[in-house]
Write a protein that binds this ligand. Structure first.
Ligand SMILES: *Cc1c(COP(=O)(O)O)cnc(C)c1O
Length: 233
């Protein structure tokens, strides 16, 4: 696995997908998902200019990134996996964004832990659009009522930046596209209801579907396998 070549290929494909959709490539951020891959692989990617990474599990991320931050303070980490309440304390220490917020209880804990260390953190609210995964807010109503809490300034240490989803695992491109367009429409609806939030981020697209996602307006793609190779669980 040549991480440098893979990163070049992915960035070229993102550029191409942007071009096709009439978008500026600077609108799309690449999160390199390093779960199940060692710190050496992350460092190799950093040396190729990649600074933004994604991890699913807080414990693994903490062990891996604590050392990396010492040598590469510019590195940034997003937590992208379902988060248990008792992991929030560590999560807010190591990450600049939690993309996988799927319930209000989690926001309350993030607020509490960020207040303790006087840190501000970004979050995305995850919307459930696929059938297989259980994660995410179940529908637009729950998303909307949660977004409203930010308008009421209930979480002074948290900035809501946008929405995240995982498309269904299927070959059916129409279904995948539908998942992405649902997320985009949800963002537009929330911005129309609560302009003060000024949400800008749509995290959607993984190794198998990121080009579709970019065409549908993704601003964050989360790519693991196509950069680091298959995961050995
Ligand atoms: C693992 C993971 C990814 C990356 O998936 P690949 O198919 O390896 O690119 C993206 N998003 C989430 C939430 C993940 O858990």
């Amino acid at each position: 696995m040549d991480i440098k070549t893979n990163l070049e290929n992915i960035n070229a494909k993102i550029n191409e997908a942007c071009h096709k959709a009439g978008r500026n490539p600077s609108e799309v951020k690449l999160v390199a998902v390093s779960k199940f891959h060692p710190a050496e692989d992350v460092i190799e990617a950093v040396n190729c200019g990649q600074i933004l990474f994604g991890e699913n599990r807080v414990q693994e991320a903490k062990e891996k990134f604590t050392g990396i931050y010492e040598s590469y303070p510019e590195v940034q980490l997003h937590i992208i996996g379902t988060l248990q309440r008792n992991k929030v304390k560590d999560a807010v220490k190591i990450a600049c964004c939690i993309e996988s917020v799927d319930r209000v209880e989690l926001l309350e804990e993030i607020e509490k832990q960020c207040a303790k260390i006087e840190k501000k953190i970004d979050v995305l609210l995850e919307l459930h659009t696929g059938e297989e995964t259980k994660s995410g807010f179940p529908d637009f109503e729950s998303l909307k009522s949660t977004a409203e809490l930010f308008v009421q300034d209930k979480f002074p240490h948290i900035t809501m930046k946008g929405l995240m989803t995982m498309a269904p695992f299927t070959e059916d491109k129409n279904l995948i596209r539908k998942s992405f367009s649902t997320l985009k429409e949800s963002l537009q609806k929330i911005n129309a209801l609560y302009p003060a939030l000024n949400l800008t981020e749509l995290s959607m697209g993984m190794s198998n579907d990121f080009e579709l996602a970019v065409e549908e307006g993704s601003t964050i793609v989360r790519i693991g396998t196509s950069i680091f190779g298959p995961r050995v669980y």
